[in-house]
Structures are given as structure tokens and as C-alpha cells.
Write a protein that binds this ligand. Structure first.
Ligand code: DGJ
Length: 720
């Protein structure tokens, strides 16, 4: 909702308000818990700001007007100068811009458009603020339009610059690496800047674009609808203010803006909450309602079985069919054939780009898919379309499709090169190749993988500083066309696990393979970090073999299942190796999951405890009507003679009465008690017999877990 009163603008969501004043420069007056109206706003902006070195809370910073900090809008003019003087011109309610080629949030038609002009150059800066009322998010799109006669070089254009009063904030980022994505790191912001950024062409496993700026009682979550190089920074200064910014990483970026052209920065989103938990809930709402789209948006996602960790590249048709048969017996709904089914792909040294059936291995992909479907399963397939192996037919025919620089030996990762998706011809090739694969095997699901960093960026038709961004625009144009052509296909994005878990990819693909690390202990940390920004309906979570392939830790099937219930359940092992008892246990897990997946996948998600270093952690996901909830508690350590490990729940309805049960490995639900929502929210509850359930001599470095089911019951009537 947008209200305008003179030069004051009020953006309202269900629980938050943002007040902006359009003056000589425009300033933030307030962003936080909802306020009734404009009354008193003028006191927030005293005249004295305009004197001396003191500045208001700005919507952007620029070089040339005495701001001592890094500019968030920065250009180089044809004469080599950098100074700009963007002054506020006007503001009005307007239609949201289309920002051609970029993925955008959807579901609100109107925004607040603020225009600023650098008079001498006629360069125009526009900021479009949209309030997503129902999900408590406000987004910004920034654009620069060259109204002058000479080209201008954009050096940086942050998507969002938010400032707040106070210099007692901390900055939280979600960083890691392959197999340890999105670990939470929080540090106090002392005077100076703190930043997180990606330089490898994708949003990356190293640094997620989601960040938090927080202090007791005030937390701001910021994210970017983008999948390429990004940078977020936070900075406090002696003027007792703190700022946070996000956008395309200015490193190795520049963009030539010809006269009459407009450049749009990716959309950024911000959410305010009193706690990080509140910010997460609001971000989840925003992502679920305004980012995820298409047929699968609110649909329950299928339980899948994927052969990767079970077979890697060495499989035969018989092996795949045998795994699928067991998967069907256990009640799975989708079988995913992973890497190794195409070209001559028996290892990672060849065939990327040759998206043709490896018939000697599959025995014919079409009939294989048919046979799997005949078992009652849907068929899904893995592809890695942005890549090319030098040992491939495609490379032999079109070496110019590969991303490389003349006279330089290209850097290889996993023995592969990347395709130059900045080139429209290559985009066309990828689109056609993937379309063919989907049509040929009638895939119901596609896992879109991406297994290396971008290096050797070059295309003779693209200016160097534009390459990274043009690649991402090329990628978006290909996947936009594919999802439009195959609206029923469920796409899962993957990048060596969770290396491209971002709002850009989520605009096209509703779920992401969270991490290649499927160890239950590590996954509690990765999933809990991921869930700060992204709802559980976006997180692929699989039960894999024990001991775990990545860590060697071993865990019971039950523990592995509990942890996988924090996301979209799948299995990733050789099902033919399961004993009858294990298969029976898996069958009961899948049956349970199907019964509760509505709440597990789409319920309101609350973090419990602290997965990074806490004595216990977990989550509870509560049905939107409060009728039921499922919680999983994970305890990382069994300490000798340490008692009274107690947990507290969240999100339940205060006034409701719940029947609480916990789930045993054989699937039975053991009654614990009936308790009021109010007590469950405030009491500290013991985890009786938790450690006794796990035979510590059977497992190495196990995680101890318990799953609780809460079902609302009508209070017992008093006998008269
Ligand atoms: C990386 C993915 O994250 C894995 O799940 C698997 O698909 C492999 N690539 C296949 O090469």
C-alpha cells in the first residue's frame, strides 16, 4: 500500500511501514514496525541536515556531493569525470517496471517511483519501491537512463541502499563452500565496512546474497533477485547511522549506456522484523507468494529417489530398474536418473554438451523411462546444460561455443569448460538441446546442474565488464523459455549442491538441491542457515547411505529421515542394498511424510534452538490453520552425566489444546501428553530417553533426533 502526502511517502505492509521524504535529495525517515500514518514525520527531518557534513539517511550515495563513503551509484562520463549530483525531481505512484530480461517479484502492480536527475549530464536515476503488503516485504528496482548525447559508463548501481539510525548493529551473512553452504556468521559492526560478495559468476556456495542487519528488537533482512556476482555490505559511521547495500558486484563490472538507453539493476528485497525469526517468516511468505510461480507453486512436491550417491556413473539399465522397483515398493513417487546417461559419460571427463542417449548404458532412454513409469513412478532426468567437455561431439563441431580467451589456456574445473551463454546462438543451442531431452523421455522433473565457477569470461561481441551480467541474462532467457514451454515439469536447480541458491533461480525453478552434503549433522546446520531466507518448500533434502559419503559419520535411518523432513524429502542411495527391515522402515517414513507433507512443506517454519553451536536445535512447522504441527529436535552431542536438556517450541496457537506425540522408527506415534499451546510456547520440555534410542556403539559421531507431532484437539467437556 502506498500513501502520498505532499512530499512525504508512506509504504505500508501488514506489519511494517517505511516513510520516505522527497526533498532536495530524498531521505528515509523511518522503516520498522507499522505506524498509523504520517503524523510527526516532519520532526524526523530537521532542516539542519543540509548544513555541514551531516547527511540524512539516503536512498543512494554518490561521488561529487561530499559524501565520504563509497558511492552506490557510480558512473564515468565521456570526459573521464565521476562526479554526479542526482537531485530529487518528482515522485509518483506508477506501474512496476518490466525490467526486461530480469526475473522480478510478482503480485503487486503499483509502486512508488522516485526520479532523480543529474542536470549537467541529463542522466536520470529512478528508484521503484513496491510494498508487498501481504508478506511484509518492500522491494526496490533501480535504473539509470542516459538522457544525454554521449555514452556513459556505469561502474556500479546498487539495487538497494538502506540506512537506519544507530551504530549498534551486527551484520549476519551466510557463507561457506561446497558441502557447507550458508553457515550463519554474525559480527558486530564497528566503525567501518563489512562485506560479503561473489566473484565467480554465480551467487555461489561461498557467499549467499541474503544478509541480516540486526540489534535487539530491530532486524532487517535483505536479499537480491539475482544469480550472478553480487555484493552486500554494511557500514556504521561516526554519524550514528548504519547502512546496508546490495547489488551486482562492481568488481569486474561496467556497462556502457548509450544515449537513450536504460539499465535496470536486479530487484532487491527487504523485510523488517523484531527478531530474526520474524524476518525469516516474512521472507518465506514473500518467496512463496511473490517469487515462486507456476504449477508447482503451492503443490505438494513428490517424494523422489535419485541414483547419484547410489551408483555415481557406474550403472546399467538393470541396476536403474532394480533401484526404481524398490523405490516404487517403498512408496516413492518420482525416480530421477542423475549424471551419466548421455554421450559416452562414464566419468566427468567427457560428453557435456552431447545431450543424446548413451544407449549402450541405458538400453534406450525412452523405453527406460516408460518402464519406470509403468512401475507407477514419474520419471525425472539430470542435465548440466551450461557446460561443455572438450571431449564431446559438440566441442569438436563448435569449439567457439566454449567460454575461453584466445591464446590463453582455459582454466578447467571438474574437467569441463563453460558454454558462452552470453552468445544468443549458444542460448538457442542449449534451449533446443534441453527441450529435446525433456520431450524424448517425457520428463516430469528436471535437475538443472551447474558444476564449476566462471573463469575465462570472453565473447568477442561483449564488452569485458558486461560479460558476467550478460551471461546471467542469457541464462535467464533460456530457462524462461524452457519453463514456459514445459509448464508441468518440476525443475530443481542445483550447482554442485547449493551453489546457486538464490531468488533469481527460484523465479524459474521452485526448488533447489540444498547441498551435496547429506550428512544429518551437517545438514541441520546447512538447512537451518538456508531457512533464514528461503522456505522449506524450496529445499531438496535427501536421506542417503550411512556411513555418510561426505563425512563418514553414521546415523540411524530414523535420524536421517528426521533431518530430511526439514525440506523436500527424497532418497539418494542404492535401494537394492536396503534390507527388508530397512525397506519397511523407508515405506513407513514415506507414508508418514505423505500424510504430513502439507504442513512439512508449506507450514509456517520456525527455527528452534541454534544449529551453529547450540546444545540443541531444530524446527517446527505449523499448519496455517494451526491444526497441526511437526517438530524435529536435533542434539549434536551426548555428554556423560549431563541432564535436563530441555526444549521449547514456537509458532503454535496459544489458545489451542494439542495432543503431542513423538514418532518411533517403526512409524508408531507414542502419546506424550495433551498440552495447551500457551504452555508449549513457554514451558521447557525434557527430551526423555532421547539418548537411549540411539545405540552409540553402532554409530560413529551420531546426531540425536526426535520428531514430535502436534494435533489440535477439542478441549474435553467438563462433566456436569
Ligand atoms: C553435483 C550435484 O550436486 C549432484 O547431486 C550430482 O547431480 C552430481 N553433480 C552429478 O555430476
Amino acid at each position: 500500500m502506498l500513501k502520498i502526502k505532499g512530499n512525504y511517502f508512506l509504504l505500508e505492509t501488514k506489519h511494517t511501514s517505511m516513510l520516505i521524504k522527497g526533498d532536495e535529495r530524498a531521505e528515509y525517515l523511518y522503516y520498522g514496525e507499522r505506524v498509523p500514518d504520517f503524523t510527526g514525520a516532519e520532526w524526523l527531518s530537521p532542516e539542519t541536515y543540509w548544513q555541514g557534513a551531516d547527511h540524512p539517511l539516503s536512498l543512494f550515495t554518490q561521488a561529487g556531493r561530499g559524501d565520504h563513503r563509497e558511492p552506490t551509484v557510480s558512473v564515468r562520463f565521456a570526459d573521464g569525470s565521476f562526479a554526479t549530483d542526482f537531485r530529487f525531481v518528482r515522485a509518483r505512484a506508477a506501474a512496476r517496471p518490466a525490467a526486461e530480461g530480469l526475473p522480478l517479484a510478482y503480485g503487486e502492480a503499483k509502486c512508488l517511483k522516485l526520479e532523480f536527475l543529474d542536470e549537467p549530464s541529463r542522466l536520470k536515476l529512478c528508484l521503484y519501491y513496491t510494498a508487498f503488503t501481504d508478506s511484509d516485504a518492500i522491494t526496490v528496482i533501480a535504473s539509470l537512463t542516459n538522457g544525454g548525447k554521449k555514452p556513459v559508463e556505469i561502474l556500479s548501481l546498487a539495487s538497494l541502499h538502506l540506512e537506519v539510525w544507530g551504530n549498534d548493529y551486527s551484520f549476519t551473512t551466510f557463507d561457506g563452500a561446497w558441502g557447507s553452504e550458508r553457515r550463519r556468521h554474525t559480527r558486530p559492526l564497528e566503525c567501518g565496512k563489512c562485506e560479503t560478495a561473489s566473484y565467480i559468476g554465480s551467487s555461489s556456495a561461498f557467499r549467499n546474497p541474503f544478509v541480516l542487519l540486526g540489534r535487539e528488537g530491530d532486524v532487517y533482512g535483505v536479499n537480491l533477485v539475482y544469480s550472478g556476482n553480487h555484493r552486500e555490505f554494511a557500514e556504521s559511521d561516526a554519524s550514528r547511522r548504519t547502512r546496508v547495500a546490495t547489488g551486482i558486484n562492481p568488481c569486474q563490472f561496467s556497462w556502457e549506456l548509450a544515449p537513450g538507453e536504460t539499465f535496470f539493476a536486479p530487484e532487491a528485497v527487504m523485510v523488517y522484523g523484531k527478531t530474526a525469526g520474524e524476518v525469516s517468516l516474512r521472507m518465506h511468505e514473500f518467496v512463496s507468494r511473490h517469487i515462486i510461480r507456476g504449477k508447482w507453486k503451492d503443490r505438494e512436491r513428490p517424494v523422489l529417489v535419485n541414483n547419484w550417491e547410489g551408483t555415481y556413473f557406474s550403472f546399467t539399465r538393470e541396476k536403474i530398474l532394480a533401484i526404481a522397483r524398490k523405490a516404487a515398493e517403498a512408496g516413492a513417487e518420482l525416480f530421477v536418473l542423475d549424471d551419466g546417461w548421455f554421450g559416452k559419460r562414464d566419468s566427468d571427463t567427457c560428453s557435456l554438451g552431447d545431450w543424446t542417449d548413451y544407449e549402450e548404458k541405458t538400453g534406450g532412454i525412452e523405453s527406460l523411462a516408460d518402464e519406470i513409469r509403468a512401475m507407477g513412478l514419474k520419471f525425472g532426468i539430470w542435465v548440466e546444460p551450461e557446460m561443455i567437455s572438450e571431449d564431446s561431439e559438440l566441442y569438436r563441431k563448435h569449439p567457439e561455443y566454449a567460454m575461453k580467451i584466445a591464446r590463453r589456456d582455459p582454466h578447467r574445473q571438474r574437467n569441463q569448460l563453460m558454454l558462452d551463454l552470453a552468445d544468443p546462438q549458444v542460448q538457442g543451442y542449449v534451449y533446443r538441446a534441453v527441450s529435446r531431452v525433456i520431450a524424448q523421455c517425457k520428463a516430469a522433473y528436471v535437475k538443472w546442474d551447474y558444476n564449476r565457477f566462471m573463469t575465462d569470461c570472453f565473447d568477442r561481441n561483449v564488452r569485458g565488464g558486461e560479460y558476467f551480467h550478460r551471461y546471467i541474462l542469457g541464462l535467464y532467457s533460456v530457462i524462461a523459455r524452457l519453463v514456459e514451454r514445459f509448464p508441468n515439469v518440476l525443475f530443481e536447480s542445483c550447482a554442485s549442491g547449493g551453489g546457486r541458491f538464490d531468488l533469481g533461480m527460484l523465479c524459474y525453478m521452485p526448488q533447489v538441491w540444498t547441498s551435496d552434503n547429506t550428512d544429518a549433522r551437517e545438514r541441520t546446520i546447512i538447512q537451518s542457515g538456508t531457512a533464514y531466507a528461503y522456505p522449506q518448500s524450496t529445499m531438496g533434502a535427501h536421506v542417503s547411505a550411512s556411513p555418510n559419503e561426505q563425512t563418514g559419520n553414521s546415523n540411524s535411518l530414523q535420524t536421517r529421515f528426521h533431518v530430511a523432513c526439514g525440506g523436500l524429502l527424497g532418497y539418494e542411495s542404492d535401494f537394492t542394498k536396503l534390507s527388508d527391515e530397512e525397506l519397511e522402515e523407508v515405506r513407513s517414513q514415506i507414508a508418514f511424510y505423505k500424510k504430513y507433507r502439507g504442513v512439512l512443506q508449506f507450514g509456517m517454519y520456525h527455527r528452534l534452538g541454534d544449529a551453529v553451536g547450540g546444545e540443541w536445535s531444530g524446527f517446527i512447522t505449523v499448519a496455517r490453520d494451526g491444526s497441526k504441527a511437526v517438530a524435529v529436535i536435533a542434539v549434536p552431542e551426548k555428554r556423560t552425566s549431563e541432564f535436563n536438556l530441555r526444549v521449547r517450541f514456537a509458532g503454535l496457537e496459544e489458545g489451542a489444546l494439542y495432543h503431542v506425540r513423538y514418532r518411533k522408527a517403526d512409524g508408531t506415534l507414542v502419546s506424550v501428553c495433551r498440552a495447551s499451546g500457551a504452555l508449549l510456547l513457554r514451558g521447557s520440555f525434557p527430551l526423555q530417553d532421547l539418548f537411549a534410542e540411539t545405540d552409540v556403539h553402532r554409530f560413529s559421531n551420531p546426531l540425536y533426533t526426535r520428531m514430535f507431532v502436534f494435533e489440535k484437539v477439542a478441549p474435553r467437556k467438563k462433566r456436569s
